[in-house]
Design a protein around this ligand. Structure first.
Ligand SMILES: CC(C)C(=O)C(=O)O
Length: 462
């Protein structure tokens, strides 16, 4: 299968212009931005107050790296698990393919088996793409399997170029361009992973490199994607922050100074400074069409941008889910727990067991009066997860009543209130537990026993 041809673009004038403005700066010693990354101090965020305009595109999307970056940091998934998760991603992304692509390793037979099985499904979305070693043999393999695109690592900070690859910028650029040309010769579309872009020299290396890539794209008429990888999570989204840490500054530079079309730009975030989600949203807002995510954010160190979070960011920015089926997120939580043995931290937004559980008595009282007061949205509708109240020392009568109503799915006429006799008896039992020195919350099983006993005594049927 041949890579999709790019629309004939006339970047020629722009490219000639930019080439002169931003030539490669081939430094003798690495620029490691010691002012921003002193290493023995906490990294710094500096500002020059240059403001770039919003530039969100009409069509934005999510790409998935659950089986690549996500899998790198955990026990590998079995083929069966990959196929099952791929199925869930297909349903979650909906018919418009908001989850547009998913990338797969092709290294081992097991990796390739998973790709063949997922291809057999015949889904248009997520389109299957690959991640390989950058060699002619591997490009041929991508082609043989019938994929259109592959990821290629093009680390771009001097940390990588000088310290890891032991090259100069000029040598790295020459090497990358020859590998990418080889990929294009095979007819495969390269997705260039600009590793460590948030510590790279944007005007001295990244933009001159992108300008060369856009020239190659013109020459071969095959799309070349730029994935901006915030490998260490240093990106920030504050207006006026300086590059290379500024997410909007990087995206603006790629579009305006290197002539990269928005639909060929993806942001790939990490969560080391808790910014993976807001940085990814920022990349959308400033012109990148794609954000690359992994399910539940499972990935290197603190993880990648969680895919489920970007589903809700999408809906908030666009005002519509565009056909995405968010209830699949809850199915995935259950699948990860039961079949993969991965339990999410309970407070994980949208997915953890406690994400919509209220513990404080005073809040529980609010929930009981009207669930909108303490629930982010109709979590039962969108995630099959009605808001819950965990019973603890501070739950009070309202909290216990709410727990009973939810746990037993009582419809409006049958609901108990904080004045119900049943609630009073359960509360008495709960109070006694804490008077006797208990410090943990009361479990559902314990409450079921107490409620069952109390109902028997009162002659109630729930
Ligand atoms: C290895 C690269 C491509 C990456 O995933 C990252 O920079 O996070």
């Amino acid at each position: 299968m041949e890579a999709r041809k790019v629309q004939k673009n006339d970047f020629t004038n722009l490219l000639e212009l930019e080439e002169h403005i931003y030539p490669l700066v081939d430094v003798d010693t690495p620029n490691v931005y010691r002012n921003l990354f002193p290493y023995d101090e906490i990294p710094k965020i500096a500002f020059n107050d240059r403001i770039v305009p919003h530039n969100m595109q009409n069509e934005i999307w999510i790409t998935d790296t659950t089986f690549r970056d996500g899998q790198q940091s955990r026990t590998p998934y079995t083929t069966e698990q990959i196929v099952k998760i791929y199925d869930y991603l297909h349903r979650l992304g909906g018919p418009k393919g908001i989850i547009r692509q998913s990338e797969f390793f092709l290294y081992s037979k097991k990796d390739r088996d998973a790709v063949y099985k997922c291809l057999e499904k015949g889904y248009k979305f997520p389109e299957i793409t690959s991640w390989i070693r950058a060699s002619k043999k591997d490009f041929e393999l991508v082609k043989e399997i019938g994929l259109k695109e592959t990821g290629i690592l093009v680390s771009c900070s001097d940390y990588h170029i000088f310290y890891k690859m032991k090259m100069t910028r000029k040598q790295a650029l020459t090497h990358y361009l020859s590998v990418i040309r080889e990929c294009l010769e095979t007819g495969i579309s390269p997705r260039c992973h600009f590793e460590d872009i948030t510590r790279a020299d944007i005007f001295g290396f990244v933009i001159p490199f992108c300008v060369e890539l856009m020239k190659l794209m013109n020459e071969y008429q095959i799309p070349i994607k730029i994935r901006a990888c915030d490998t260490m999570g240093y990106g920030v989204n504050f207006a006026g922050a300086v590059i290379p840490r500024s997410v909007q500054g990087i995206i603006y530079g790629l579009i305006k100074h290197a002539g990269v079309p928005s639909e060929l730009i993806e942001w790939h975030g990490h969560n080391d400074f808790y910014k993976a989600v807001s940085n990814s949203t920022t990349a959308w807002l400033y012109g990148a069409c794609g954000v690359n995510c992994s399910m539940f954010g499972i990935g290197e160190r603190t993880g990648n941008t969680p895919l489920e979070a970007m589903v809700f960011e999408y809906a908030q920015l666009k005002g519509t889910l565009d056909g995405m089926d968010t209830t699949v997120i809850t199915e995935l939580v259950e699948y990860y727990q039961k079949e993969i043995g991965y339990k999410l931290p309970s407070r994980t937004p949208f997915a953890g067991s406690s994400f919509n559980v209220t513990r404080a008595g005073i809040h529980a009282d609010g929930l009981l009066k009207n669930e909108e007061i303490y629930n982010i949205f109709d979590t039962e509708k969108f995630l099959n997860r009605p808001p819950l109240v965990a019973v603890s020392k501070t739950s009070g009568l309202a909290g216990i009543a709410h727990w009973i109503n939810n746990y037993y799915h009582l419809d409006e006429e049958r609901q108990v209130t904080k004045d119900s006799e049943l609630v009073a008896i359960v509360k008495e039992w709960v109070d006694k537990e804490y008077e006797d020195g208990r410090i943990t919350v009361i479990t559902d099983n314990e409450l079921v026993c107490v409620v069952t006993d109390s109902c028997k005594k009162l002659g109630f049927i729930l």
